[in-house]
Design a protein around this ligand. Structure first.
Ligand code: NOJ
Length: 740
């Protein structure tokens, strides 16, 4: 096509887009001009489903509800929608919402496990599959992705996060948004995503859910907000407030967050929904005297929709009548809500085709398995025990997670069915039942079990086998919302089980299926091989068995640091150097008795844990090995408007083909504020055949070096930097460059 034709086509496309935008805005104006104040406030009310109860149908008819969550029977959904469209005065459709977090029926690994794949295409496909399944019953709005950065594995919701890093979370969150929403939000198989929880929820003090947070503005902007901005840039249809307060101000009443940042700075014109009753909870926070006060604070803070808080429906009308809230404010909120309904195409296609559900399609199960494979991290592999080879004739399958269909699904599974889970035990029997002697003896029935009665039998099983596969971890209920732990070691008698099995002298492969990083230093030391699998979803079993027997090669990398001890938390790779970085570490047992105090040589570490994590962010082994060349730079200085190409060769020096996650880190050596010792700025997951070498290059621009400085502007400061291309956050050869 000629250049001029391309230009004309492009202009026509732009014109078309702005026309349909104007058209939507005109339709919103038209509707608003016809709506009563009551009907407007009704749109701002979100209720949980109660089937076809009279209360609900009456509410819909009188226009007192704008959205319903947790209604998943397609016939009920369609009937409720019919009442809204045909029997309410203005026929405004409802949006049906649900927490579709890591799958609807086909359950993918928990988000933390998906992030461990570092494979954004796979993560996007996972969300696409979830959207296809969920929209087939009428759910057009999911409360995902959760893009809260967190550095506290005690927090139960770490399972639902993409880990500790703002960049990785941004990439994964944006991939999920794209997957849920598809190419066209108005298409019936697309689902509006929701960037939650705005903001700072992952900083809950002591990792206790809903707890208060203290977050300086610089840290808020640098660590917690970027994934939300990335979700917005990816076109996310909605945002949700967080439950916590930041520096004393709950998010649902936080004008700084919702008005100044989200609306004014970021120009967000979509829907902001509260969290469940979070407007009402401003009374418990102690910042509102009553529900009316809470409604006023939330409306002033630009919260458009009240999820199950009954504050708006009960009090907004009187607040407008008394002049405490202007009708213009209400109009703004309703505009955002209607805009989402238009964007979802609900005015044109309000109903869901029945009998077209697409649950557990073969390709979906295959993708879920692939996600579980790529989201599993090989942490240790002494003597190349894994993958198991032909010499292995008998296997003991032990541990509470070896055959726990419900627990392997992880948290946030309302619709997935445990009976569709394939457990590791099932998978090994299906695949190797005729070739191997498989002795299954759980040892413990569930992860928290303290009774050691079953251990003896599992030891007997181990004695009769060539190798022990020990599946340990956490039940699903030990992580997720409001399920936080102060002790994040292996629960129950699992550690004892491992010690007893170890005494048999048989090689032990430890497979950890959990909702968070666990403090398992002792167990890692005892085991011969360790696979960290998180909760892998419906297909966790086949994925793990493929990895264990070498049909698949591990390629997962940690999206979060694994601490040695809980007392190290928060521990994360991108920490500051401090004035006395850790060196000459002298651990507690090496201090001579009666040693006098001295401040000479003092550095920053814990006497009982040292300064290193058990495993760093970005870490993960493979069955093959990769050799990185020293990175080369296209030049050694950059200036504004310029870029540097950083390049590196990676050779697969092992005997197997494999995928590698190539990571790009930078460090600003001297800043006006102390800077992290490394920051992830890019990554690529590549497939390299055995013996082959591949080049990976990244483009570094000054804007990637920018950070928030004391006057609250974001700038890249001239000076010296270091850059690494490496396979985790601690290794690699730094190369210097300068920003002029
Ligand atoms: C509370 C949770 O914090 C939020 O993430 C979820 O989407 C809502 N409940 C709705 O279930």
């Amino acid at each position: 096509m000629k250049k001029t034709n391309v230009l004309i086509l492009f202009s026509l496309l732009l014109w078309g887009c702005s026309q349909s935008k104007n058209n939507v805005e005109a339709r919103i104006d038209d509707l608003l001009s016809k709506m009563t104040l009551k009907e407007k406030i009704g749109q701002m009310n979100q209720l949980t489903g109660t089937g076809l109860s009279t209360d609900m149908t009456d509410c819909i008819r009188s226009g007192e509800v704008g959205s319903i969550l947790n209604e998943v029977d397609v016939k009920t959904v369609n009937e409720l929608q019919r009442i809204a469209v045909e029997e309410s005065r203005l026929g405004i459709p409802l949006i049906f919402a649900r927490d579709v977090i890591h799958g609807y029926k086909t359950i993918f690994p928990i988000p933390l496990g998906q992030a461990a794949s570092w494979n954004k295409e796979l993560v996007e496909e996972g969300a696409r599959i979830a959207a296809k399944e969920a929209t087939s019953v009428g759910i057009r709005w999911t409360f995902a992705p959760m893009v809260d950065v967190t550095r506290d594995p005690r927090w139960g919701r770490i399972a639902e996060s993409c880990g500790e890093d703002p960049y990785l979370t941004s990439v994964m969150g944006a991939a999920m948004v794209k997957g849920f929403q598809g190419n066209d939000l108005s298409e019936p198989r697309s689902m509006g995503a929701c960037a939650k929880h705005f903001a700072g929820y992952g900083a809950a003090e002591s990792g206790k859910d809903y707890n208060t947070t203290w977050i300086p503005e610089i840290q808020l902007r640098e660590t917690f907000l970027p994934p939300f901005k990335a979700a917005l840039d990816a076109g996310v249809a909605s945002f949700m407030c967080s439950f916590n307060d930041i520096n004393g101000v709950p998010s649902s009443g936080n004008e700084f967050l919702n008005k100044q940042i989200l609306r004014n700075e970021w120009k967000y014109d979509g829907l902001l929904v509260s969290d469940w009753a979070s407007i009402q909870q401003m009374i418990s926070h102690g910042v509102c005297s009553d529900l009316k006060d809470a409604a006023k604070k939330a409306a002033n803070a630009c919260v458009d929709m009240d999820m199950m808080g009954f504050a708006y429906i009960s009090h907004l009308e009187e607040l407008v009548k008394s002049g405490e809230i202007s009708e213009k404010q209400i109009d703004e909120a309703v505009r955002n809500i209607l805009r989402m309904k238009f964007r979802l195409g609900l005015f044109d296609q309000p109903y869901t085709k029945e009998d077209t559900t697409v649950f557990y399609a073969t390709e979906s199960l295959e993708k879920a398995k692939q996600a579980a494979i790529e989201g599993t991290i090989l942490l240790k592999n002494d003597n190349n025990l894994l993958p198991l080879n032909d010499k292995i004739k008998s296997v003991a399958v032990i541990g509470p997670l070896s055959d726990a269909p419900s627990d392997q699904l992880g948290t946030w599974v309302f619709d997935g069915e445990p009976e569709r889970s394939i457990t590791p035990l099932q998978a090994i029997k299906d695949t190797y039942g005729s070739k191997l002697k498989i002795i299954a003896e759980k040892g413990l029935n569930y992860s928290r079990e303290i009774s050691e009665d079953g251990i003896k039998k599992s030891v007997e099983a181990a004695k009769k086998s060539d190798v022990v596969l020990l599946f340990v971890g956490e039940e699903a209920i030990l992580s997720g919302e409001a399920h936080c732990r102060a002790d994040i070691s292996l629960p129950g008698a699992q550690s004892k089980l491992l010690s007893e099995l170890k005494k048999t002298g048989k090689p032990v492969v430890l497979i950890v299926m959990a909702g968070r990083p666990l403090t398992i230093e002792k167990e890692v030391n005892q085991a011969d091989g360790v696979l960290y699998a998180f909760h892998g979803g419906t297909m966790a079993g086949p994925a793990l068995i493929d990895l264990i027997f070498g049909k698949a090669v591990p390629s997962g990398k940690l999206p979060i640091t694994i601490p040695r001890m809980v007392g190290q938390i928060p521990i994360y790779y991108s920490h500051k150097m401090t004035g006395r970085p850790a060196e000459n570490i002298c651990l507690i047992d090496n201090i001579p008795v009666g040693a006098p105090q001295t401040s000479l040589g003092n550095t920053s570490f814990h006497l009982d844990a040292g300064d290193s994590p058990l495993f760093p962010f970005g870490y993960g082994l493979s069955y093959t090995t990769f050799e990185y060349s020293k990175p080369t730079l296209s030049k050694n200085t950059i200036s504004e408007g310029d870029s540097i190409i950083v390049e590196c060769s990676i050779k697969n020096t092992g005997k197997l083909d494999g995928k590698e996650v190539v990571q790009l880190y930078v460090r600003d050596l001297v800043g006006s504020l102390a800077r992290p010792i490394r920051e992830l700025k890019g990554f690529e997951k590549i497939f390299i055949k055995a013996g082959e070498t591949k080049k990976v290059s990244f483009t570094l621009k000054p804007k990637y070096l920018a950070f928030w400085i004391a006057d609250m502007t974001k700038k890249a400061e001239p000076g010296k930097f270091e850059v690494w291309i490496s396979n985790d956050s601690q290794t690699g050869v730094p190369v210097k460059f300068e920003l002029k």
